[in-house]
Design a protein around this ligand. Sequence first.
Ligand code: TYD
Ligand code: MG
Length: 457
Amino acid sequence: MAKVKTGFFCQNCGYESAKWLGKCPSCNEWNTFAEEVVTREDNNNKNDWRQDNGRQKTVKAKALHEVESSREIRVSAGDQELNRVLGDGIVPGSLVLIGGEPGIGKSTLMLQVGLGMKSLRVLYVSGEESEQQIKMRADRIGHSSQNFFVLTETNTKNIFLAIDSVLPQLVIIDSIQTLYSPVMDSAAGSVGQVRQCAGEMMKFAKETGIPVFLIGHITKDGMLAGPKVLEHMVDTVLQFEGDRHLAYRILRTTKNRFGSTSEIGIYEMLGTGLREVSNPSEILISQKEGQLSGVTIGATIEGNRPLLIEIQSLVSPASYGTPQRTPTGYDQKRLNMLLAVLEKRCGFRMGTQDVFLNMAGGIKVEDPAIDLAVCISIISSMQEIPVSDKICFAAEIGLGGELRTVNKVDQRISEAEKLGFEEIYVSKFSTKSLDLKKTRIRVKAFAKLTDVFEDLF
Ligand code: TYD
Ligand code: MG
């Protein structure tokens, strides 16, 4: 094995030290030192640009118009939701990082995808589970493939040896934090190791054109464990999220060199693995008997997909001095803002009421178009007047209590129509550019929140 020299570098300012330090003497940050490879004996500074000075260069920059453009050939992941978030399939030689909290289903997803790609040779490297455990899980999912190989290994050198013998067309690493590269002394999972191993995987993917999926853990504060540079290195970062106690999972792109970052994939966790949910609106609207007050439907867009989501509120007189405001799946500050608008612009006494707000299915909604549905739901609960389940809403609320227009109104309207809604409430300014002659659903346009209340209650 080639001998290497390693040093410790501050991940914040780049200060170099021969040993690990708790506090950086240069930028005074704590706990920022990580081991990194400085030089390798085998290529002793060969790539030091200074040594080439004065010599004839063989490196030449190309004019962009001379570069032949080849159409990327993508490989289908055999899973429509994953294909969608990757931007229409897997790009050869790409390095994809899948992050998520423990137990959310990352290993299940990758195992299922790997087993589903029956025509490709897939190598699944696990540093977390034994071969038997993987087999048990595969049996549970009920998939099998002749071309699926498993390896329990954490040493990158052995992984590359296995790759040489299996000759896979796709490599899955579960997880990057369990890998260690023998060129470094530090423990697996340390910043230096994560970076080194990811670097080795990237080099492998780029040189061979074989795509590599890395599973990554998420720390308590929701960051991918490991250096930020890991996210810079890889081509695509996917986040797998959802409430562990609920069945629905969302796969979100946060970075993608080969496609849009606004796409999401939705899955349902069943006893037999993950099921792709191709029509999410149907599951996000719960089936209920009779009509309840405080329940409304908002027409949102996640990525490029319209989604109809059920919102529930419960408003009840506060028993303590400070009323509680508890949103689930919705931003606390946004809820406070809407309550202030309801109080100040619409004359409702919210200051003495506890407000609980819940997005169905454990989904997190950030689309401001849900504002109107949230306000209607709160007032419906407060006044105990149910809203018809044939009505949905799509408008942002401004600080003046005005209805503001939202993007892609036409898509929201057509999704609502498709799902059998009879009326949709939107901002007056949304309808100007719309051709509403052909729509069967009644589009009701208003300028102010108070006008909507008058119309509804
Ligand atoms: P897992 O893929 O091990 O999560 P991660 O790799 O992200 O840590 O998923 C574990 C959870 O998924 C576990 O709590 C059990 C559940 N599960 C099912 O509900 N159905 C299944 O078919 C499988 C395989 C797992
Ligand atoms: Mg796992």
